[in-house]
Write a protein that binds this ligand. Structure first.
Ligand SMILES: C[S@@+](CC[C@H](N)C(=O)[O-])C[C@H]1O[C@@H](n2cnc3c(N)ncnc32)[C@H](O)[C@@H]1O
Length: 198
């Protein structure tokens, strides 16, 4: 399952350093009904903030997994309200996770960059993405953005793993990559513009 895969590579990544996983202050972008929280809870984190664009996601969290998030914001991360952004910054987050939300026409690249930049520099990033993202024939904005980011100074990759995400309706295995790394600095808009990613 993707939440457990992404959570476990994040765990092994942070354990390569002197930092403690249990002290992470995590933003869960596109949190949905909170499956990622279940996984992070196994190791324990200091703070967990959920964000999702649809109110039904939050309602599902309250119904299925109440009390798991320290805060949960219903917000479009492509067009985040200034006051909410300031409030989220007050949580002093140092980790961003996003699971089963990228490259599905789900979370746009702009929302990913907003979340990347909202956590502190020298923080942690973990996500999954469909396997074609490394293939240059995949010319979607999201895949291009992730490729540029991986080779940029803004992100250092610590762990990348291909795994079976699930089976297709035809019963064929669908492979994804789980990726974890270190954020070094905010991604400036000039970088995105220079790569035609805005
Ligand atoms: C496929 S679900 C994944 C849910 C959860 N992470 C999981 O693993 O079960 C993707 C989620 O991203 C949310 N989403 C899409 N665009 C968004 C945006 N611009 N800002 C915040 N959340 C967004 C959707 O509402 C949806 O709940």
């Amino acid at each position: 399952m993707s939440p457990s895969k992404v959570s476990s590579i994040l765990y092994s990544t942070v354990n390569q350093t002197v930092e403690n996983f249990s002290e992470l202050r995590v933003l869960d972008l596109g949190a949905g009904n909170g499956m990622m929280r279940e996984e992070l809870k196994k190791h324990g984190v200091a703070r967990l903030i959920g964000v999702d664009i649809i109110p039904e996601a939050y309602e599902a969290t309250l119904r299925d997994r109440p009390g798991l998030y320290d805060a949960y914001y219903i917000e479009d991360f492509c067009d985040i309200d200034t006051e909410i952004k300031e409030e989220i910054q007050q949580w002093h987050l140092d980790c961003m996770v996003t699971v089963a939300a990228l490259g599905f026409g789900d979370i746009p690249a702009k929302a990913f960059i907003e979340a990347f930049n909202i956590i502190k520099s020298e923080g942690w990033i973990a996500f999954n993405i469909k396997e074609t993202f490394l293939d240059t024939s995949d010319d979607s904005g999201f895949s291009r953005m992730i490729r540029e980011l991986i080779f940029s100074e803004y992100l250092d990759i610590y762990h990348i793993e291909r795994y079976r995400h699930r089976n297709s309706i035809e019963g064929e295995p669908l492979f994804y990559f789980a990726i974890a790394g270190r954020k070094n600095a905010d991604v400036p808009s000039e970088f995105l513009k220079s790569k035609n990613l805005l």
